[in-house]
Design a binder for this molecule. Sequence first.
Ligand SMILES: C[S@@+](CC[C@H](N)C(=O)[O-])C[C@H]1O[C@@H](n2cnc3c(N)ncnc32)[C@H](O)[C@@H]1O
Length: 224
Amino acid sequence: MKREIITTGDGSTTIHMPEWNEQYHSKHGAIQEARHVFIEMGLKKILERDNCKEISILEIGFGTGLNAMVTWEAVEAKEIFINYTGVEAYPVAVEEVIQLNFAEEIKLENSKDIFNKLHESSWEEANKICENLTLTKQQKFFHQIEDVETYDLIYFDAFGARVQPDLWTVEIFEKMFKATKQDGVLVTYAAKGSVRRAMLEVGFKVERLQGPPGKREMLRATKV
Ligand SMILES: C[S@@+](CC[C@H](N)C(=O)[O-])C[C@H]1O[C@@H](n2cnc3c(N)ncnc32)[C@H](O)[C@@H]1O
């Protein structure tokens, strides 16, 4: 499938697939969307808990590594340890990675170094990215996930249900529910009624929250 790098509304880049008319991130702003959906509505909810010292995160679709980057940005100056697992069936090619500008747009001293480490780190094993972030990239399909009570937080960032309806089903959310610890949280940019109903059916409590710019709503599911 044809893929091209485009610039989104906030100046950050993403990958566009013309045949699907789908992008890896919002056209209104890739970094802006990642910070809102996954950090503001997800990670911060966990960080505000008493005695929060260590958080295990599962990302559904590691892709460009943007969500790992904004996670690092959010905890960089904090005494919190992040154990980050990114599942991805189709890793982004190096030729594409080098065209992405997240390291330039996330203006922290070590951005470039961290972005490179995220992509250069080996698959199927834990890699120490910095003092408080360990990354394990797993190359497999989402339906192969069999973790049980492992994650405090899931970033559910699959392509939209319009193009990949099979990834927004009861079967997949059952796996997500199983993989989440008690009181754990799943966040996604999606707000579709059918997605919300699938989450409810597997046992999550689901909230509709304000979406990122350009999108009215998003969903947060909690395993209560
Ligand atoms: C919307 S993109 C988001 C990627 C990533 N979160 C990011 O910020 O770049 C969805 C990702 O899911 C991956 N993907 C699609 N179908 C998959 C499947 N069945 N199993 C595993 N990964 C899949 C794609 O290759 C893509 O990287």
